[in-house]
Design a protein around this ligand. Structure first.
Ligand code: G6P
Length: 371
């Protein structure tokens, strides 16, 4: 009913708007008075975690993209090598798993069969398994050695939104906790990043305030046959997630690319008027941002219609952006939390304008319990 949807037309739209709260809830109570991080339900001991020399993240769908973001964060903050793999591929390729390997399974529902089979395989090989999950008491956390619960509340829309954002929170918390336990040189940064995470709900609200502009933009694209998404670094998984949302909901061909790979193939796809959504990294001391800008220049020179998501006040992108969507100023590793929101709004509105059922897209299920 409309009441259950808080006056929104779709559960998905309601859940997009719940994201500031969901993120705040997932951060709640993680920091003690002494500034130390606590992950109480985690169950793995600090000694277990200190022995870890490799992490393999396994997941499916949107959860897999949260895992990709986690790799950038964990490797940067903890200096532990991380692999991210689709659960369905991991299980059947005879992966190398040791006692010192931590397998992190990310699953909103906790029931995805591919992910469940993958953790069973990992445990037989004596690896430790940590679940990141939104559903209390579901199968995946029950069969894991430890769990970090996300506190998104029930997610009804088939396409994951607040589930994804809270998975990102859990991944950052895990990364920061590992850094704390291992005492890496990024230890001092932990408090700083936690402060930045505490500001995320307000930043997400600022993005949601631009919904009307994004909806109008989405409605302009009802006749698009294909849409591309570009990103770099932590923005690359965001591009993949933006494309997935459009496939799932609007049934439009959509693909996400790592911007640096453009020249190795995808640029051949660019033709006049093709919409390309670009996630521009914040301006920083490295060359990430400038490389992205030159990629955008390249596609625009070939006729693409560039829709750029960039840090507010980033004027360098203006000459190459047909449409500019400003994002709150946050560090590159946290940018996915704000950059994905316009892409969720875009896909939701575009699918609505096309007359599709946004909460129950064709051929898809919220939780896939068959391999
Ligand atoms: C299904 C859903 C996706 C979801 C994926 C993984 O395919 O349609 O939205 O991302 O499963 O689900 P999980 O519950 O394991 O995160």
């Amino acid at each position: 009913t409309a009441a259950e949807k808080d006056g929104h037309d779709w559960f998905m739209r309601k859940e997009i708007y719940e994201q500031p709260r969901a993120v705040a809830n997932s951060l709640l109570g993680r920091r003690a008075a002494d500034g130390q991080l606590h992950l109480d339900e985690m169950r793995l001991s600090d000694q277990d975690l200190r022995d870890i020399d490799k992490i393999i993240i396994i997941a499916a769908g949107t959860s897999f993209y949260a895992g990709m973001v986690a790799k950038y964060a964990i490797e940067h903050w903890c200096r532990i090598p991380v692999e991210v793999e689709l659960a369905s591929e991991f299980r059947y390729r005879d992966p190398i798993l040791k006692h010192s390997t931590l397998v992190v399974a990310i699953s909103q529902s906790g029931e995805t069969a591919d992910t469940l089979q993958a953790i069973r395989h990992a445990r037989v090989q004596k690896s430790k398994v940590l679940a990141i999950c939104n559903t209390n008491g579901s199968t995946i956390p029950r069969e894991s050695d430890g769990v970090i619960y996300t506190h998104a509340g029930p997610e009804i829309g088939v396409a994951s939104t607040k589930g994804f954002l809270t998975q990102l929170v859990a991944c950052y918390l895990l990364a920061l906790y590992l850094a704390q336990v291992k005492g890496t040189r990024f230890g001092d940064e932990i408090a700083q990043v936690m402060d930045q995470l505490d500001k995320m709900p307000a930043h997400i609200r600022a993005v949601l305030d631009q919904a009307e502009e994004i909806y109008a933009l989405a409605r302009e694209h009802v006749d698009s046959r294909s849409v591309l998404f570009l990103g770099r670094h932590a923005g690359y998984p965001v591009a993949l997630e933006g494309a997935l949302k459009l496939k799932e909901l609007a049934y439009i061909h959509a693909e996400g690319f790592a911007a640096g790979e453009l020249k190795h193939g995808p640029i051949a796809l660019i033709e006049d008027g093709l919409p390309v959504l670009c996630v521009v990294p914040p301006r920083g001391r490295d060359f990430l941002h400038d490389k992205m800008v030159s990629g955008i220049q390249e596609v625009r020179a070939r006729g693409a219609r560039t829709i750029c998501l960039a840090e507010e006040g980033d004027t360098s992108i203006e000459p190459y952006a047909d449409v500019l969507i400003p994002l709150p100023s946050v560090p590159v590793l946290l940018q996915p939390m704000v950059a994905v929101v316009p892409l969720q709004l875009f896909a939701c509105e575009l699918a609505t304008a096309m007359g599709h059922d946004v909460d129950q897209p064709r051929n898809l299920a919220k939780s896939v319990t068959v391999e």
